[in-house]
Write a protein that binds this ligand. Structure first.
Ligand code: SAM
Length: 190
């Protein structure tokens, strides 16, 4: 056994809380790797909702999903901070898993990045519609200026969550150089 890399561990966690037929959310679709993974777990009976603000992300992801014949995904070119007004009411309270892979689009414009205030608003919204024992996973990159601000804000926010309501896990290799990505996972307890 070896310790999993952060991105692999995010998928291990997703697998542990998601099954066929579930309703799940990718809050930052980027190039579509996470959403493809989610789509393949929940299969045709399930539903995946994805958010991104960039045309490149939406188009790259559409192409990827087409290649794999994924028909259970709905993509929104919308900020995740608006998710409460977008996710259909019938699914709110029944979301089993959500993922945020923060930062900028790999190989894309590094000036377009997730930001502290909108990320926290989206996280708060997603937690409010998560089902009991559902999990939100965040992969955090703090190697750029906006990422550092986002990291500090997020850590402060998640530490303030009531432990009776949420369990919060930090998964981080603490001897790596260059601000290696780390992971926060939040399980809703009641
Ligand atoms: N999960 C992706 C994958 O598997 O390829 C990688 C995501 S990438 C690191 C971060 C994405 O967040 C970028 O595509 C960026 O456009 C998007 N983003 C930035 N601000 C956003 C917002 N307010 N709402 C939704 N997406 C946002």
């Amino acid at each position: 056994m070896s310790l999993e890399k952060v991105l692999n561990f995010s998928h291990t966690l997703i697998k542990s809380c998601t099954k066929e037929g579930d309703i799940v959310i990718d809050a930052t679709i980027g190039n579509g790797n996470d959403i493809l993974f989610l789509s393949q777990i929940v299969k045709d009976k399930g539903k995946v909702f994805g958010f991104d603000i960039q045309d490149d992300a939406i188009n790259n992801t559409k192409d990827l999903l087409k290649k794999y014949n994924c028909t259970n995904v709905t993509l929104f070119k919308q900020g995740h901070e608006n998710l409460l007004s977008i996710i259909p009411k019938e699914y709110q309270g029944n979301i089993s898993c959500g993922i945020f892979n923060l930062g900028y689009l790999p190989k894309g414009n590094k000036n377009i990045t997730t930001k502290k205030d909108t990320t926290i608003k989206a996280l708060e919204s997603l937690l409010s519609i998560l089902k009991i024992n559902g999990i939100v996973v965040l992969v955090i990159y703090s190697g750029h200026m906006e990422g550092k601000i986002e990291k500090d804000g997020l850590l402060e926010y998640v530490k303030s969550l009531n432990q009776k309501d949420y369990q919060v896990l930090l998964y981080q290799f603490i001897n790596q150089i260059n601000d290696a990505p780390f992971l926060i996972a939040i399980e809703k307890m009641r």
